[in-house]
Structure formats: structure tokens, C-alpha cells
Design a protein around this ligand. Sequence first.
Ligand SMILES: NC(=O)C1=CN([C@@H]2O[C@H](COP(=O)(O)OP(=O)(O)OC[C@H]3O[C@@H](n4cnc5c(N)ncnc54)[C@H](OP(=O)(O)O)[C@@H]3O)[C@@H](O)[C@H]2O)C=CC1
Ligand SMILES: O=C(O)C1=NCCCC1
Length: 345
Amino acid sequence: MSAQSPIIDSATAFMGFNELKALLQAIFVKHGTSPDVAAILAHNCASAERDGAHSHGIFRIPGYLSTLASGWVNGQAVPVVTDVASGFVRVDAGNGFAQPALAAARGLLVDKARSAGIALLAIHNSHHFAALWPDVEPFAEEGLVALSVVNSMTCVVPHGADRPLFGTNPIAFAAPRADGAPIVFDLATSAIAHGDVQIAARKGERLPPGMGVDSLGQPTTDPKAVLEGGALLPFGGHKGSALSMMVELLAAALTGGNFSFEFDWADHPGARTPWTGQLLIVIDPSKTAGQSFAERSQELVRQMHAAGLRRLPGDRRHRTRTKSLEVGIELEAEDLARLQALVID
Ligand SMILES: NC(=O)C1=CN([C@@H]2O[C@H](COP(=O)(O)OP(=O)(O)OC[C@H]3O[C@@H](n4cnc5c(N)ncnc54)[C@H](OP(=O)(O)O)[C@@H]3O)[C@@H](O)[C@H]2O)C=CC1
Ligand SMILES: O=C(O)C1=NCCCC1
């Protein structure tokens, strides 16, 4: 689909990727980010929308803008990259967004991973408000294995505890394979992402059982009860809870960022972006497995399919991406109108 005007029928609009990205970029700049930051956030957000990752696509724009307006985040921040040691890179995001910090350190990180076999990037003083897979997938497209974790804001009760402490704390992983798109998964360590609870509340839908509790700690399927004084549960009981704890340790304690419970945005009404940290580990598999890694991962996929598996993590996104690139990214016409209004004085 070319970057022409969106095709709109009464309820639905179809937009090209570059066209949506340009619109989002203009919105970010108008609402206080530098052009560089705007380009990175717009690419991220348009990619999520293109892939049908709706909880972290254009749905997030009002949250980004109210956060920028509140002064909670610095949309003009210039990340400071420090080459710490052979396999380590550190970035102070300057109270800005995490993605520009990753972009600033990416070249150094890849060079280190390729020369030492493994490299670690520690980002702190950063805000991550997006899906995590766009941070790892590009490494696998270059033949590298990547793992990333980021912590968010207190809204998850650790297994066996009485009150929320952890964030929804996602883990994303990407690995190349010989024949096909990289293997990628990206999952919140909570039973459901906070964004999906917000979407359910907006649509008037119930949550599946076992995802959240109300303000009295009682199980509820009402998303509003979760959002208004309630909390989420980790996925898989003590197992997801342990992974969420690990994310707090790696994304915050190890990077110098805030734990999910450490920041207080009460003085910034409208603030929505967690002020935490992010860790990325990048591995060059040719150093350990020779060039066979991609063949080995392909063999694993082959065997999974032979065992009856119909859907790999990432398959749904890639199917949606293919469709979006063919016919355009499908948006509600109302949502598009709201976005367009954000760039008009
Ligand atoms: N920035 C932040 O602080 C936070 C961001 N998030 C983001 O929220 C997003 C949504 O997270 P979450 O709701 O946990 O994600 P989902 O539960 O929707 O999906 C998790 C992973 O499992 C895959 N998957 C889902 N269903 C199946 C299935 N039936 N068979 C095989 N694979 C499957 C998905 O692939 P596919 O994508 O192809 O469906 C995806 O890789 C993530 O992108 C995450 O990064 C979450 C918490 C905090
Ligand atoms: O969906 C979630 O959970 C989150 N997404 C962005 C950052 C806050 C938590």
C-alpha cells in the first residue's frame, strides 16, 4: 500500500505504514518531543498497530500525550551512552523514553556482541510504554539472539502476598531461524497486560477468571474493579511471580533503574509511563553454535509442527503484518479522526 491518503469507508480506515508513522511523528512533535524521539516512538507505535498488537499501538497515544503534558517525562532527552567494559553498555535515558536510549546504544551493543559473543545493555532513568518485541526482533533479523526485560508500575500482587508490588513486567525473546521469520515471543508476567484490562473496561467486557482482584483482594472479572483500586495476578501462580521478581531484579536493580514500586507520579496528574529500567542481552550464536544455530532453531520449529503445533508465538503478528502491508493498516475511522485532530491547532 502506498503512502497515499487513507482509504476510509464509514467505520473503517486503511492506512499505509509510512503514512501512519508520519501522522504519529507529527503528533509526538506537536506534543513536545524532539523530532528524533518522535521518529522512534512513531515507528514503534505504527509497527504495533501494523502487527495487530492493539494494546500497545495507537491506543497508547493519549497516555503518551498526557504524560508529556504532565512534565513527568522528558520528550527531548538525549540519552548518554557509556561503554562500561568489554561486554557491557550502560545508558542513562535522561528521564526520556527507553526506545531512543536503545537506538543510541544499539550499534555499540551489536559490535560488542559480535566481538565478545555476548553483550549486555543496561538502560536506566527510562520510560517504556510500548510492546517489547520491537526491541528484540531486529536483532534476530541480523542473526543474533536477544532477550529483554522491562519493569512497569505496581499493579501485580506477588503470589502469596497481600498487596500489589510488581509491575506487569514483560519478557521478550527473539532468535533467528533458517527458514522464516525469527522466533519471537513477548509476554507480560501478569495474567493479562494492563493495557488489555483497560481495553476490556472501555469495551464493557469481562475479564477471564483468575486474572485480577478487587480493592478488597477478592477475585473479580470486572476490569473496572481491577483498575479502580484492585490489582492483577501473575500468570501461572508462583512461577510467573518468580519471573516477575526476576524482571524487577534485572530491569531495575541491575540497571540502576527504579523498581516498579519506587516511583511516585502523584505530583504529575496525567502521567502514565512507568519510570523504570530495561535490560537487553544480545548473543552472537555463531560464537557457540557455529552457523548451525539457525538450522537448529528451524529443526525445533519443524519438530513442534510435526508434534501438532499450529501456532508459534509471533505467527499471529506476522499474519496481521502481512495483511496490513497488503491492504493497509486497519483502523477505526473514529480513531483515525481523533489522531488527525491531534495535529490540528
Ligand atoms: N512496556 C511495558 O511495561 C509492558 C508492555 N507489555 C506488552 O504487552 C504486550 C502484550 O502482552 P501479553 O498480553 O502478555 O501477550 P499475549 O498473551 O497476547 O501473547 C504473549 C506471547 O504469546 C504468543 N501467543 C499468544 N497466544 C498464543 C497461542 N495460542 N499459541 C502460541 N503463541 C501464542 C504471542 O504471539 P503473537 O504476538 O503472535 O500473538 C506472544 O508472543 C506485549 O507486547 C508486552 O511487551 C506488557 C506489560 C508491560
Ligand atoms: O500493558 C501493560 O501492562 C503496560 N504497558 C505499558 C507500560 C505499562 C504497563
